[in-house]
Ligand binder design. Structure first.
Ligand SMILES: [Fe+2]
Length: 280
């Protein structure tokens, strides 16, 4: 197994493994170490089926719960990230976020496996939030250090949210998204969170899932969330991932934000996704 760091604020390529076969405990532990160090691991040229993807996911934890996607029919824990060539809907996941941060125990990681990858566009961006924390200007750091963030999925997945079937931009969406008023439920997490395994501090999640802060008034919260959002996605924190078919990427939601990009109109795109929850 070879781990080659990518020249970026996060990310490494892992080669020399065939993920169609079960891995030895020692290799799994090497993968975990690399994952904790680089936050985003890229495994190119892996010809995986559904069971291989599921097995790989379970090396790192249990399956997470995906409340607002229906799974693919072949597997309860795999969701399809899909966009058809002729689709006119708004792009999915185009804002910086960390997956399902509104859950009491959000997924520690996410796997994404490229099946149909357009020849151009569709890059995934990652922003290293340990680095973002470490480089916070003193004034901003002081303002946010002890804040409690109120998370919910309402802005995306409630009946009036970004992905609501009632909205014109979502008519004909090929992804199987299920909006519901369950999305209005809130859960708090500290804004600055130590990583549960490395202890390194990170700015956890961002505007979108964070709707405000316990300690601040609504208007102050909104203003700070806008300021933070632009800081958290600054170029010096970003790795731009370019996809190829048969590429598996696994990232650490405790360490990075991610977002989708477009630019592949006229091409089908399909990836399979699993989320990873912490081992019990
Ligand atoms: Fe996501």
């Amino acid at each position: 197994m070879h781990v080659t760091p990518i020249e970026a604020p996060c990310g490494a390529r892992v080669t020399g493994l065939d993920l169609r076969h079960e891995l030895a405990a020692e290799r799994i532990s090497d993968i975990r170490q690399a994952w904790l160090q680089y936050h985003v691991l890229v495994f190119p040229d892996q010809d995986l089926d559904i069971d291989d993807l599921a097995r790989f996911t379970l090396y790192l934890g249990n399956f997470g719960e995906d409340p607002f996607f229906n799974p693919i029919k072949e597997h309860n824990n795999i969701a399809a990230i899909r966009r058809n060539a002729d689709e006119k809907t708004s792009l999915f996941a185009e804002n910086w976020h960390t997956d399902w941060s509104f859950q009491p125990k959000p997924p520690i990681g996410t796997c994404l496996y490229g099946i149909k990858i357009p020849p151009k566009g569709g890059d995934t961006l990652f922003a290293n939030q340990h680095k973002a924390y470490d480089e916070l200007p003193a004034g901003l750091k002081h303002r946010i250090e002890n804040l409690t963030a109120i998370h919910s999925a309402a802005s995306g997945y409630s009946s009036t949210g970004l992905y609501s079937e009632r909205k014109k931009q979502n008519v004909g969406r090929s992804m199987d998204i299920v909006t519901s008023d369950e999305a209005r439920r809130t859960h708090n997490h500290p804004l600055i969170r130590p990583h549960t395994e490395t202890g390194r501090a990170a700015i956890y999640s961002t505007a979108g899932y964070i709707e405000g802060f316990e300690e601040l008034k609504k208007q102050e919260s909104k203003k700070l969330l806008r300021e933070l959002y632009s800081y958290q996605g600054s170029p010096q924190f970003i790795y731009r991932h370019v996809w190829k078919p048969n590429m598996l990427v696994v990232w650490d939601n405790r360490s990075v934000l991610h977002k989708a990009t477009g630019g592949y109109e006229g091409y089908d795109r399909l990836l399979y996704r699993t989320t990873i929850s912490e081992f019990d």
